[in-house]
Structure formats: structure tokens, C-alpha cells
Design a protein around this ligand. Structure first.
Ligand code: 13P
Length: 287
């Protein structure tokens, strides 16, 4: 069932668990996540980066695929189709295509411009029943070629953006996309506590979910994080399972690999990873 992410995240914040956002890249990824959410009776958010959207022939194609798959698989748990780190134009493309949620990443704009563009997109999204996420303090690491330094958000800026009416807020707390370096200082719980205090009941979002130790994840949830984004860990599991399959040379038989069989181990690996995260985040049986 495709829905906005507003209600599922308000419930998660109140119930002290988090809903996972898992990024999709193709049909197999999408199917694996939807089936796992249904099996775990968990709400879920499908994240689509602009790069992944381009790869999948545009946001119209993505929305059509997700809607049809949600119906044909008989998915009854709440599913939000969400633009991840959207540009201003990207947000409008997804609104038009039928996404149920968007993220406007205006963190690289001066704060005044971020405020103006976010206000406009909040009004448009809410008029159409979509939820909207904003970001303050850039999340480090690389996302679709954009490299951020991993700043900690200013709680006053968070309050300013929260007051524009966004439904959930990504605040940088030292988290980065991709693998964490050996010398990573860890999440700044001091920042998270200050942001949480500043924004009241607003659900907070933790990007860069890959590689954050379980105890830090749990502490973050206790301090208002209600949405956790995971991408790299699914990619790594997919890669590992696919490599093992190819190295075993099972299906060659003179005519190459059957693509369906080739992708099957990676598909199962994503399912296992998503289930593991849903259990850790506490969203199982919360649909
Ligand atoms: P990871 O790739 O580090 O899991 O981060 C995903 C993310 O935050 C997508 O927005």
C-alpha cells in the first residue's frame, strides 16, 4: 500500500523505533525490499536517488514499476516511495510522477535560499498529500558524486527548517554515507540531543546507516531518530553473494548465466540484510 511517510514516522517516533529507508536500483532490489517488509509486517520506505532514477529510465518509470509491483505482490504494509536527496527540479519530477514522499536537500544552499525553496515545496507537497524531508548540516561521504564533509547541524537552523512544516528532518550528526573510516569519531549525541530538544516531536532521520554500531543506532532511536537510511550495506551484501555465485561457475554450461539465476543469490542477500535491519530498528510487526 503506497502511502506518505508522515504517519508511519510519527508512529515510529512515538513508539521509539525507526522505519528503514532502503534505496532501490532495479526491479530485484525493489521486489526484495517489498517482500521482506510484508514478511516482517513492517512499514518501509523505498528511497530513490536521482542517479538511480536516471538509471531506471526516469521517475515516471520508477513510480509505475513500484505501484504495479506493490499491487501484484499483494503488499498490504505501508510503503512510502521517497525521493532521496532531491534537487529542486528533482522534487517536482517526483511529485509529478506520483511519488508519495520527497526529500529536498537544500543543505548546500545559503540558509535563506534553503528556507525559501523548502517553504514552497512543503506547501506543494502537503497540498497533494505527500510527506517531505529536509536536511540541515551536510551528511558526509559521497552520494551520487556529491561529497559532503559530515558537519554537525546547528540546532537553531534545525528549528528554523522544522518550523517551515517539514514532516521529518535529517540533521547531520557526524554521520556519513558509505563506509566509516577507521578513525571515525562516532555520532555526536550531544548534537542529536540539542536538535531533538529544539524540534520537539518532529521525527529525525539518520542518513548513512551503513556501519554504525548497533548500540549507537539504538541510542539515536531513543533520542528521536525515527527513519534510518541504508544503502551501502545492501550493495555490499548483493556484491558478495553475486561474486560467490559467479566464482562457483555453476550455470555456465556453454551459454552464459541465466540472468534470473545470476541475480537470485544477491536478491536473497538483500532480503536477509533488510530483515536484519528491520529487527535492529524495531519496526517488525509495526505495520
Ligand atoms: P549508506 O549508503 O551509508 O547506507 O547511506 C544511505 C543513505 O543515507 C541514503 O540517503
Amino acid at each position: 500500500m503506497l502511502v506518505s511517510a508522515k504517519e508511519m514516522l510519527a508512529k515510529a517516533r512515538e513508539g521509539k523505533y525507526a522505519v528503514g529507508q532502503f534505496n532501490i536500483n532495479n526491479l530485484e532490489w525493489t521486489k526484495a525490499i517489498l517482500l521482506t517488509a510484508q514478511e516482517c509486517n513492517s512499514p518501509v520506505i523505498l528511497g530513490v536517488s536521482e542517479g538511480a532514477g536516471k538509471y531506471m529510465c526516469g521517475m515516471e518509470t520508477v513510480a509505475a514499476m513500484v505501484k504495479a509491483m506493490d499491487e501484484s505482490l499483494g503488499i498490504t504494509v505501508p510503503v512510502a516511495l521517497h525521493l532521496d536527496h532531491g534537487s529542486y527540479d528533482g522534487c517536482y519530477k517526483c511529485i509529478k510522477a506520483g511519488f508519495t514522499s520527497i526529500m529536498f536537500d537544500g543543505s548546500h544552499f545559503p540558509i535563506e535560499e534553503n528556507v525559501a525553496k523548502t517553504t514552497e515545496l512543503v506547501n506543494v507537497s502537503h497540498a497533494l498529500g505527500l510527506s517531505i524531508e529536509a536536511e540541515v548540516g551536510s551528511i558526509g561521504g559521497e552520494e551520487d558524486g556529491v561529497v559532503g564533509a559530515g558537519e554537525c547541524a546547528d540546532p537553531n537552523e534545525c528549528k528554523m527548517i522544522a518550523d517551515l512544516g517539514v514532516d521529518f528532518l535529517a540533521a547531520g550528526i557526524g554521520n556519513i554515507h558509505g563506509k566509516y573510516p577507521e578513525n571515525w569519531a562516532g555520532l555526536s549525541f550531544e548534537t542529536l540531543e540539542a536538535v531533538n530538544k529544539a524540534v520537539g516531536e518532529l521525527p529525525l532521520v539518520l542518513h548513512g546507516g551503513t556501519g554504525i554500531p548497533d548500540d549507537m543506532i539504538k541510542k539515536a532511536i531513543s533520542l528521536g531518530v525515527a527513519k534510518i537510511n541504508v544503502n551501502t550495506e545492501c550493495q555490499l551484501s548483493f556484491q558478495e553473494a553475486t561474486r560467490e555465485y559467479i566464482e562457483a561457475g555453476k550455470d555456465l554450461q556453454g551459454k552464459g548465466f541465466d540472468p534470473r539465476k545470476l541475480l537470485a543469490p544477491g536478491f536473497e542477500a538483500i532480503k536477509a540484510k533488510v530483515k536484519e535491519k528491520m529487527e535492529l530498528f524495531g519496526s517488525v510487526n509495526k505495520a
